[in-house]
Ligand binder design. Structure first.
Ligand code: GDP
Ligand code: MG
Length: 317
């Protein structure tokens, strides 16, 4: 974090400072308020997977935005939710909580017109946070008249401590510039945290597995997804052609779930493959050969050891 500032009063003294700003912005909130959608929009690139299902984001992921004079490292988190007894839920809550330690600003995302117990639980935990809290009211597009939103906004004052409130719509890309401005106000002066060409702290292989998981979450009804996970068995680029050969294994908990994932005559898994491949081509900017497989792995989501073997451990988080 070095650059030079010469103190004119005492020409002999050289102090370290810089005009560049850099720091971390944690994106937190209960599941399904649109945290991942918002981060992707702020980055202008799809990194974090999204769906209408509450537990889509399982891992913490950094999305890095670098401009000429600043770098914002967004930390997308699994939503915090109440009463999770299974190992996977405990893991996700830990990942969400540790995300706001040591960050420069907290973006607390809620949904326009809705304040639930889970929102209140997040708000309560934020009372101990050291960084300033920007309250982001997302999905304002659900209100046709802006004035209809005002009564809701007024109720927020007593419920949560925040430095600024910004109503936005991640879908309509409205209000995003205000978020960036607010972050820049509090980012410390320091040189970039990540190299300028980095877009995430996660490996490409991780992003590939997440793409498959997103299709699974989106494609299937409520029957399956929470028990399912994805392992990448092959991820190789062919010499000469540059084409990627990818083998992904979808692990489900029960035989019945396997049948659902595969679908009638294989139509479900086929469609997932088509959708996933499209996203992979966009990410890798090359041709992709994708194979999807489904396997039953019993009780993985409630077994700490099985979680560790799949990368759900604190050190990976
Ligand atoms: P997360 O769990 O907080 O990360 O939420 P996601 O980003 O996965 O989004 C949850 C759902 O809300 C998805 O179906 C999104 O398409 C939807 N969503 C996100 N942002 C907006 C928005 O600005 N307006 C509306 N109407 N829906 C949104
Ligand atoms: Mg998410």
């Amino acid at each position: 974090m070095k650059s030079i500032h010469i103190d004119l009063e005492q020409p002999g003294l050289v102090e370290e400072t810089t005009n560049f700003k850099a720091g971390f912005a944690a994106v937190i909130g209960r599941p399904n308020v649109g945290k991942s959608t918002l981060m992707n929009e702020l980055l202008g690139q799809k990194l974090s997977i999204t769906s209408h299902k509450p537990q889509t984001t399982r891992h913490r992921i950094h999305g890095i935005y670098t401009a000429d004079d600043h770098q914002i490292v967004y930390v997308d988190t699994p939503g915090m939710h109440l009463g999770g007894q299974k190992s996977i839920n405990r893991y996700m809550n830990r990942a969400a909580k540790s995300a706001f330690a040591g960050v420069d600003v907290i973006l607390f995302v809620i949904e326009a017109g809705r304040w639930s117990k889970e929102d209140q639980s997040v708000a309560d935990q934020l009372k101990h946070a050291e960084a300033p809290v920007v309250l982001i009211v997302n999905k304002v597009d659900k209100f046709k008249q802006k004035t209809d939103l005002l009564p809701f906004l007024q109720t927020l004052n007593g419920k949560v401590e925040f430095s600024t409130l910004i109503p936005v719509s991640a879908h309509k890309k409205s209000g995003l510039d205000l978020i960036q401005k607010e972050i820049l106000k509090v980012l410390p002066n320091q040189t970039p945290i990540f190299p300028e060409d980095y877009i995430t702290d996660r490996s490409t292989k991780f992003l590939i597995a997440e793409i498959v998981r997103e299709k699974l979450m989106r494609m299937l009804g409520d029957e399956v997804p929470y028990g399912a996970t994805v392992e990448i068995e092959q991820f190789e680029q062919e010499e000469g052609t540059g084409r990627w050969a990818i083998n992904a294994l979808i692990l489900v908990e029960r035989e019945g779930q396997k049948r659902i994932v595969i679908g009638d005559k294989g139509e479900k898994i086929k469609q997932m493959g088509i959708d996933a491949r499209k996203d992979m081509i966009a990410l890798l900017e090359n041709r992709v050969h994708l194979e999807l497989w489904v396997k039953v792995k019993e009780n993985w989501s409630d077994d700490e050891r099985a979680l560790a073997s799949l990368g759900y451990t604190e050190s990976h988080n």
